[in-house]
Design a protein around this ligand. Structure first.
Ligand SMILES: [Zn+2]
Length: 92
């Protein structure tokens, strides 16, 4: 039986099954990206799969705090595009 690993959302702080969340990883090269496999090496940050949590994470710079790294405007923009596509979020 697989153990459920509970992960905390960096936006709303709710704890959920990590497999049902979006994983963002800080790679060993100090880059930030969406981890579609959920198994990439590096420090991970987790988000609920809902628009509010994804949007709030960018507004509050939650990734920088959770991953202990500086995220440039360009990197944040790239990640935002990828996550919004993944979540089918339409930018207003
Ligand atoms: Zn959340």
């Amino acid at each position: 039986m697989a153990t459920v690993k509970m992960r905390q959302c960096i936006s709303c702080k709710a704890e959920r099954d990590g497999r049902e969340m979006l994983r963002i990883v800080k790679t060993p090269d100090n880059e930030i990206r969406f981890d579609a496999t959920g198994r990439a090496s590096g420090r991970g940050a987790y988000l609920c799969k809902n628009q509010t949590c994804v949007k709030n994470a960018f507004q509050r710079k939650a990734f920088e705090r959770a991953l202990h790294m500086k995220v440039s405007g360009q990197e944040a923009e790239q990640l935002r595009t990828v996550l919004f596509e993944e979540m089918n979020i339409i930018e207003e």
